[in-house]
Design a protein around this ligand. Structure first.
Ligand code: HEM
Length: 434
């Protein structure tokens, strides 16, 4: 197909019933966004929305994420330039952009930094966390048994990934209560969401908005904390990722203090918010399918399948963003250079062209090649760790919770890119650890 035959992304006609829900942007935070994704995938697979092009089909999402001419750096976008011209982006926000992690950088910088960080994420270091995670999960269930109450999000899904990433980074025990207080909402919108819509929303009343000030404050707190930790590990190294990154810098491998700091901020945020949501939604899906809960309980080898199906069924990271560095052809549609693209991972994971009966939660499925960890050069670095955390959580929960019941429909889901549960109260007869 030549470029003249390519179609332009569609805009929603104003009178469709989809219009209200889609234009409000509320569909990603709906209790069940999947019927909307399906209609968009079928009727508007490439859609101009909020000044960005959204893609919903599996093949298009994968093509965008693997495309050599896309960028994760917002500064390449027309939208960024227009917000900047209209003074919608504050000086602190703009300077934060210079200081972002390798998730928001393109090759060759991305390649260099990712390679160095991947070296410190050794298989040995990840495997060593297995018994730490198991102890944590058993401890949570012992305490819940003593209390006679289990609220899965507050008791397990939220604290476990924070504790695991703290252990991996070598955050000292005495600091863990402090770092756990950084509120997840603010962390996610301050600097790594990378969404210009989020950036614009952060500043609805301009540079003096209290929300922007709060975002800047949290960002500064993280940076200050990691500066201290880097110094500490320089003096007193341990077997942790911070010490490994400091050693890389000292061996002249072109990793500066600021790059280490940005990497640690990325790992800290990426390392828990998504994992919270995987454990929360995965447990919910298993509870709603008691036969599959029982199957994992009887055969722990199935827990790994359950994790992948949970990732496919309810992708914790609903969409990600890219900027076209050239005019692109995605699935027969023309996307112009400088356009912001939203790649809807959650919709791709339910695409009937790729998954049989995609709305069925089925840990036995073999068509399980989901995109929850992304794909291409920015594919998730912490996937194996998150997978292991959820696998141990599912194995232990299905073994130790007898007769588990959902107390209520879990309360509200939080908006935007992360698909979150606020709480998941469960009644069960909690058995002792084996
Ligand atoms: C269920 C849990 C997780 C999910 C669903 C998830 C999802 C993702 C996705 C979709 C991306 C690609 C983003 C893009 O292409 O724009 C990504 C990147 C990344 N993730 Fe994860 N993630 C999870 C857990 C973790 C953990 C535990 C860590 C670290 C400890 C981590 C570290 C990273 C890093 C460093 C990147 C950036 C890679 C790059 O730019 O080259 N993630 N993650």
């Amino acid at each position: 197909m030549t470029s003249t035959q390519l179609r332009r992304p569609a805009s929603l006609p104003a009178d469709t019933d989809l219009d209200a829900v889609v234009s409000s942007g509320a569909f990603a935070s709906a209790v069940d966004p999947y019927p909307v994704y399906r209609r968009l995938q079928r009727d508007y697979p490439v859609l101009d929305l909020f000044g960005a092009v959204s893609v919903f089909r599996y093949d298009d999402v994968a093509a965008v994420l693997r495309h050599p001419q896309v960028s994760t750096d917002d500064r390449n976008s027309t939208l960024h330039r227009s917000l900047q011209e209209r003074d919608k982006l504050t000086a602190p926000y703009l300077s934060q952009m210079d200081d972002r992690s390798f998730l928001r950088r393109d090759p060759p910088e991305h390649t260099r930094l990712r390679k160095l960080v991947a070296k410190s994420f050794t298989r040995h270091r990840i495997k060593a966390l297995r018994s730490f995670i198991q102890r944590h999960v058993d401890d949570v269930l012992d305490k819940a048994a003593a209390r006679g109450q289990l609220e899965l999000v507050a008791d397990l899904a939220y604290p476990l990934p924070i504790d695991v990433i703290s252990e991996l980074l070598g955050i000292p025990d005495e600091d863990r209560a402090f770092v756990a207080t950084w509120p997840r909402t603010q962390l996610c919108c301050t600097f790594e969401s990378g969404s210009l819509k989020a950036a614009a929303d952060l500043q609805p009343t301009g540079p003096d908005s209290p929300r922007q000030a709060e975002a800047d404050r949290i960002q500064q707190q993280l940076t200050d904390y990691f500066t201290l930790l880097i110094e500490r590990r320089r003096r007193d190294p341990g077997d942790d990722v911070v010490s490994a990154l400091v050693a890389a810098e000292e061996h002249g491998e072109h990793l500066t203090h600021d790059e280490i700091n940005a990497t640690l901020r990325l790992l800290f945020v990426a390392g828990y918010e998504n994992a919270v949501n995987l454990i929360g939604h995965g447990t919910l899906a298993l509870l709603r399918h008691p036969d599959q809960w029982a199957a994992v309980g009887d055969n722990p080898a199935l827990a790994s399948r359950a994790v992948d199906e949970a990732l496919r069924y309810d992708a914790p990271f609903q969409f990600t963003t890219r900027i076209a560095l050239a005019d692109l052809d995605i699935g027969g549609y023309h996307i112009g250079r400088g356009q912001h693209i939203l790649a809807w991972i959650a919709a791709a994971n339910r695409d009937p062209a790729h998954f049989t009966d995609p709305d069925r939660f089925d840990i036995g499925r073999t068509d399980d090649r989901h995109l929850a960890f992304g794909t291409g050069i920015h594919a998730c670095l912490g996937g194996p760790l998150a997978h292991m955390e959820a696998e141990i959580a599912f194995t232990t929960l299905t073994r130790r919770l007898g007769n588990p019941r959902l107390d209520t429909d879990p309360p509200r889901y939080r908006a935007d890119v992360f698909r979150s549960l606020e709480a998941l109260p469960i009644s069960a007869d909690i058995k002792p650890a084996a």
